[in-house]
Write a protein that binds this ligand. Structure first.
Ligand code: SF4
Length: 337
C-alpha cells in the first residue's frame, strides 16, 4: 500500500468513525493522522471542522484570563517562565480584589462568558484561598460572568471549597503525555496532576485540562497526550503551542511548524469530538493570522481574548473581528449555564 493510500484510509476511517458515529479516534489512529502529509491537510481540517460543527455547533466560547499571582512558582515545568527556578524575567506579583473585578468587567465587555483566575503556585495556600473566596464573591456581585480558576494541585477540601464558592470550571493541564512528562517536569508527577483532574470531575465542577505541544515530543507522544485527554474527557481542552521563553530549559527549542500545529489541532478534535477545544498560548507565533483562521476552520471552537499570562496576546478586537468575518457567533452566557 502506498503512503497516500494509507493517508486516505485514515481520513475515511475518521469520517465514518468520528463524524458519522461520534466515536473518538484511538491512539494508533491518532498517530496515523499526525503522520498524514501536507497534501492531505486541507481535507483533514475540513473533516475536523465538520466534526466540531456536528457535535458542538458553530458557536465559539470566548474567555478572558487574569493572573492573581504571577511568577515565583516553586515548580520546574521546563516551558514556563513563571517558575522561580529559572532565570526568566517574570516578577512575582499579586493582584488586589478591585483590580480583579475591573478585569472581569473588561472581559465581560468583550462578550466573553468565562473569566479564569490563574495563580502561579504548586497549589493554593490559605492566603490564596481567602483571596479567591473574596474575589469570586466580589465578581459575582458585580459582573454577569462565569468564574473559572487555575491554582495548581488541590486537596479534596480545596476542591470542595472552590465548588462551594461558585467556581464553575477548574483548569489543570496534563501538560504532556505520560511518557514524556518526566522530561518536562521533575518537581511533581503526572499521576499527581491526573488525581487533581479526577477530583475536579467528581466534584461537579467542569474540568478544563489540556497541554502543550512543540516541546520536543515525538508524534507518538503527541498522539498519546490526545488519547490520554480523551480518556479523561474534560469539558474543555486548552491547546498550547510552545512559545520558547528565554531562560527556561526549553528556551532554545524551535517553534513548531504551522502545518504540524494544524495537524495537531485536527487530531485533538478527532480525539475529543464533543469537547470545547480552545486556542491557548503560542498560537500567534506558531500560526500567524492565516493559520489562526485555518485552526478555527479545523476543529477549534474557543479562544482566549487579550493578554496571556506572561506574553502579550493580541487585541481582543482583532479576535472578535476575525470571528465576525468567519461568521462564527460568540457563545452566549445562557448557553453556558
Ligand atoms: S506551569 Fe504552573 S506549576 Fe509549572 S512552573 Fe509554571 S506556574 Fe508553576
Amino acid at each position: 500500500m502506498t503512503a497516500q493510500a494509507v493517508d486516505q484510509t485514515i481520513l475515511d476511517i475518521a469520517r465514518e468513525q468520528v463524524l458519522d458515529r461520534g466515536e473518538a479516534l484511538r491512539y494508533d489512529q491518532l498517530v496515523q493522522v499526525l503522520q498524514t502529509d501536507d497534501e492531505q491537510l486541507a481535507d483533514l481540517l475540513v473533516l475536523a471542522h465538520d466534526v466540531r460543527l456536528k457535535y458542538n455547533g458553530p458557536d465559539v466560547e470566548v474567555e478572558g484570563i487574569v493572573s492573581l499571582k504571577t511568577g515565583g512558582c516553586p515548580e520546574d515545568c521546563h516551558f514556563c517562565s513563571q517558575s522561580g527556578q529559572f532565570t526568566s524575567p517574570v516578577r512575582s506579583v499579586w493582584l488586589n480584589i478591585p483590580e480583579l473585578v475591573r478585569a472581569a468587567k473588561q472581559t465581560r465587555e468583550t462578550g466573553a462568558t468565562e473569566f479564569c483566575i490563574v495563580a502561579a503556585v504548586r497549589g493554593p495556600d490559605e492566603r490564596l484561598m481567602t483571596q479567591m473566596r473574596e474575589g469570586v464573591k466580589a465578581i459575582h456581585a458585580e459582573v454577569d460572568i462565569q468564574v473559572a480558576a487555575s491554582l495548581g494541585m488541590l486537596t479534596q477540601e480545596q476542591v470542595d471549597d472552590l465548588r462551594d464558592m461558585g467556581v464553575h470550571r477548574y483548569n489543570h493541564n496534563l501538560e504532556a503525555a505520560r511518557s514524556y512528562f518526566p522530561q518536562v517536569v521533575t518537581t511533581h508527577s503526572y499521576e499527581e496532576r491526573w488525581d487533581t483532574c479526577l477530583m475536579i470531575k467528581e466534584s461537579g465542577m467542569e474540568l478544563c485540562c489540556g497541554g502543550l505541544v512543540g516541546m520536543g515530543e515525538t508524534l507518538e507522544q503527541r498522539a498519546e497526550l490526545a488519547a490520554q485527554l480523551g480518556e479523561l474527557e474534560p469539558h474543555e481542552v486548552p491547546l498550547n503551542f510552545l512559545n520558547p521563553r528565554p531562560g527556561t530549559p526549553f528556551g532554545d527549542l524551535p517553534l513548531m511548524a504551522a502545518n504540524d500545529a494544524l495537524r495537531t489541532i485536527a487530531a485533538f478534535r478527532l480525539a475529543l469530538p464533543r469537547t470545547i477545544l480552545r486556542y491557548a498560548g503560542g498560537r500567534e507565533l506558531t500560526l500567524g493570522d492565516l493559520g489562526t483562521r485555518d485552526g478555527l476552520n479545523g476543529g477549534i471552537n474557543a479562544v482566549i481574548v487579550g493578554n496571556y499570562l506572561t506574553t502579550l496576546g493580541r487585541d481582543p478586537k482583532e479576535d472578535l473581528a476575525l470571528l465576525a468575518d468567519l461568521k462564527m457567533p460568540i457563545k452566549a452566557l445562557n448557553q453556558t449555564l
